[in-house]
Design a protein around this ligand. Structure first.
Ligand SMILES: Cc1cc2nc3c(=O)[nH]c(=O)nc-3n(C[C@H](O)[C@H](O)[C@H](O)COP(=O)(O)OP(=O)(O)OC[C@H]3O[C@@H](n4cnc5c(N)ncnc54)[C@H](O)[C@@H]3O)c2cc1C
Ligand code: FES
Length: 242
């Protein structure tokens, strides 16, 4: 589906915890897939702000994002009220590849749980076996919906046992780069494909400015790829981590 510029309306905003809000947006967007994102225009800001799609209610055409307060853009978004207009580009980027007969492990760290919960919903609808493990620094930061939640420690502490015990065939993850890098290395060691959803600062979000380039090694060649258009989902084993 080609991306377009939408003017949606805020349907509702829910406070999930101290600094995370769920924003439900009503618009004419008809479809999107897990792993894709939207890019939102904030007043007086040149650059749009990218957010993963957290949920999509196709019947009622309601798109949801989870925003964690960071700077002025997210502060503005959290202050929106019902019926306020919201200008966004969607659906952006590629989406997660799904495999019907594979046992999937989903790993979300912090706000990285947002696209994982949408992926889990899609997998449940398609009867794909999945297990979602999430990690948060404190119990106040927990975002619900996982099969297992780690608080304090690393989401990766027991990951090899989980992969073996649950006979995992494929891994999907979103979170800080260090988590994605380590998880990709573990997956490579165990010979399991691992898809990672990357975050980069984005100026245009549509593949024009080349500001979000990363390097991948594919077929023994190193080449540049844009996170916003050719990503944000990549195979972890192909990413040249910093
Ligand atoms: C593909 C993608 C998906 C994302 N999904 C989510 C999500 O579901 N929920 C969520 O809370 N956040 C998500 N982020 C991060 C989110 O875009 C930033 O937190 C947000 O842009 C911060 O804007 P700000 O004005 O509040 O902060 P400021 O720090 O004032 O932003 C200044 C500039 O830096 C950029 N920026 C700051 N932090 C980040 C970051 N971590 N990643 C990319 N750009 C950043 C901003 O877009 C802006 O251009 C995602 C980022 C990407 C690239
Ligand atoms: S943000 Fe412009 S090319 Fe990706």
């Amino acid at each position: 589906m080609k991306n377009k510029n939408y003017i949606g309306k805020i349907k509702s905003i829910e406070k999930i915890n101290n600094d995370v809000f769920k924003i439900n947006i009503s618009s004419s967007l008809e479809n999107c897939k897990s792993g894709q994102f939207i890019s939102v225009l904030c007043p007086n800001k040149t650059l749009r702000r990218p957010f993963s799609i957290y949920d999509f209610d196709k019947e009622n055409k309601i798109l949801s994002i989870l925003i964690k307060l960071k700077g002025e853009g997210t502060k503005y978004l959290s202050s929106l009220k019902e019926n306020d207009e919201i200008n966004f580009l969607a659906p952006l980027g590629n989406s997660f590849e799904l495999f019907k007969d594979k046992n999937a492990l989903l790993v979300g760290a912090g706000i990285g749980i947002a696209p994982m919960l949408f992926l889990k919903k899609e997998m449940n609808e398609k009867n794909i076996n999945n297990y979602l493990i999430s990690g948060f620094k404190t119990k106040e930061e927990i975002i619900k919906g996982s099969d297992e939640t780690i608080v304090g420690g690393s989401v990766l502490d027991n990951i090899e046992n989980i992969i073996k015990n649950k006979k995992i065939d494929v891994i999907y993850s979103c979170g800080p780069n260090i988590v994605l890098k380590k998880l990709s290395q573990t997956a490579k060691k165990l010979n399991i494909p691992c898809y990672v959803a990357l975050e980069r600062v984005m100026a245009c979000s549509i593949g024009v400015c080349r500001g979000c380039i990363i390097k991948l090694i594919r077929n023994n060649e190193i080449n540049n790829f844009s996170v916003c258009k050719e990503g944000p989902i990549f195979k972890g084993e192909e990413v040249l981590w910093d």
